[in-house]
Structures are given as C-alpha cells and as structure tokens.
Design a protein around this ligand. Structure first.
Ligand code: DC
Length: 239
C-alpha cells in the first residue's frame, strides 16, 4: 500500500473508538473549530454496504464486494445552507439511507473483509489535504493514518453508550429496551475488538479519553487541548 495520494506534511488528528463514544459529533466539532477537513470513514463502509445491497450482491462474497468497493463513486458534499456533509453514492444522495440499522449491519459485514479494507485504503488517505484532517473511524490511528502526529481513542462505558443509543432511538419513535441495546453493544464490542483485520483497539501512541461523564463540549475541549499541545503551529481554532 503506498502513501502516494497523501501529503505527510499535512497534520492529521485521528479519533477512533466504538460506536456511541461520541466520535462522530466530537470529530465534526473539532474539525470545525480547527477549520480542518473531516473524514467520516464509517460513512465510506456504509456507502459500500449500501451499494452492494442495491446491486443485489451476496454480502459474504469478498470478490464481488471488493469490486463494488473499487467501482462505487462516493462523494461528500457540504450543503450550501451549512451543516453536515451529504453523502452521494454514484451521484445519488444516500445520506439518510446509509444511517439505517440494515445498512450498519451490511457495513459491519463487509468491513471484516481484508480485500475491501485494502480497496478503500487509498481513498481514505486522499482526504489528507491542507490545512489538516480529522479522521474518524476504527483504524484511523492504527492503520490508515498510522503516521498521524496526533491520535485520540475515544471511549465510554457500554452502559453509557447503550443509554445514548436508547435516547436516540426513542427520539426517532422506535421501540427498544435498554437491556437489549446493552447486550447488542457488548456483542459488537467483542466482535470489533477480536476481528482478524484492523481490530478496534487504541494505537500505541493514542491518548485515551473516556467520555462517560463528559459533556460533548468538555470532550471537544479535551481533544482540542491535545491537538494544541502536539501541534502548536497548526492548531489555531476558528472561534
Ligand atoms: O462508525 P459507523 O457506525 O458509521 O461504522 C459503520 C461500520 O463500519 C461499523 O460496523 C464499523 C465499520 N468501520 C470500520 O470497520 N472501520 C472504520 N474505519 C470505520 C467503520
């Protein structure tokens, strides 16, 4: 795997961690504060899972899914009115579609395939552009940007993550129980941490932040403090 598409002089902050740790929200807020680009690598896995599903592919067939990962056009576009980037798959706005539980399950299945991960490696590296990049995912600090000068591993207790998820789903009007969500989260943690390829674990040089008893604003401030300390020349916040 070559690093040709990415400029090593551009600073990267990696934020890895399990789902429900607050990664997505915190990464977006930190990127906005720094004026840096944002890579939501989970959205790329979700997009491939979605495209594979739409094409009627067998999600357990690594060759077919890898071809799909190579050939699917995925673009992030900032809406004119501001707010989070929209995700386009082969020109179609699939921002909402990729957030469903079905698509999450498809993403999780295809993300366990080494050839799919290799096919997406350079695409993710290409997000490293001036003035800097915040890369959110599971293996940003361990694999994709192992050379990043600044790495955070964001976590929270399984109970707290289940509570956050419960609140989100209730707000959407879905009927779930906290006990079921906790069981699912614990099972997913076990699967993610023990899978053979790019298992979820902190990079050796990552700073671990436990967000269990932090507000979003406190967690963002902690992360910005880490970036300022590691990269005083680059980390000028916008507000
Ligand atoms: O963060 P998320 O829930 O949107 O991620 C969707 C799936 O993709 C999840 O099952 C984990 C996987 N993923 C991964 O394996 N590596 C990444 N860098 C990001 C996500």
């Amino acid at each position: 795997m070559s690093a040709s598409s990415s400029d090593p002089s551009v600073p990267v902050l990696t934020i890895d961690g399990p789902s429900g740790s607050g990664k997505g929200t915190i990464s977006a807020a930190v990127a906005a504060a720094l004026g840096w680009h944002l890579l939501d690598s989970g959205a790329i896995y979700r997009a491939v899972g979605y495209a594979a599903g739409m094409a009627g592919l067998d999600l357990s067939d690594p060759e077919a899914v890898t071809r799909c990962a190579q050939n699917t056009r995925i673009a992030f576009r900032a809406p004119k009115e501001g707010g989070p980037a929209r995700v386009f798959i082969n020109g179609f706005d699939a921002t909402d579609e990729i957030r469903t539980e079905t698509c999450g399950a498809a993403a999780s299945a295809i993300a366990a395939m080494p050839a799919v991960r290799s096919a997406l490696f350079e695409r993710q590296r290409a997000f490293r552009k001036a003035p800097g990049l915040v890369a959110d995912g599971r293996d940003m600090g361990t694999v994709v940007f192992s050379d990043a000068p600044c790495k955070v591993f964001l976590t929270a207790s399984a109970e707290e993550r289940a509570k956050r998820r419960y609140k989100q789903l209730k707000e959407k009007g879905l009927s779930v129980t906290l006990a079921t969500l906790l069981r699912e989260i614990e099972a997913r943690d076990e699967r993610d941490a023990t899978r053979k390829v790019a298992p979820l674990k902190p990079a050796r040089d990552a700073v671990i932040i436990d967000s269990t008893s932090l507000t979003i604003a406190e967690a963002v401030e902690r992360v910005l403090g880490i970036v300022r300390a590691a990269l005083p020349r680059h980390a000028t916040t916008r507000n």
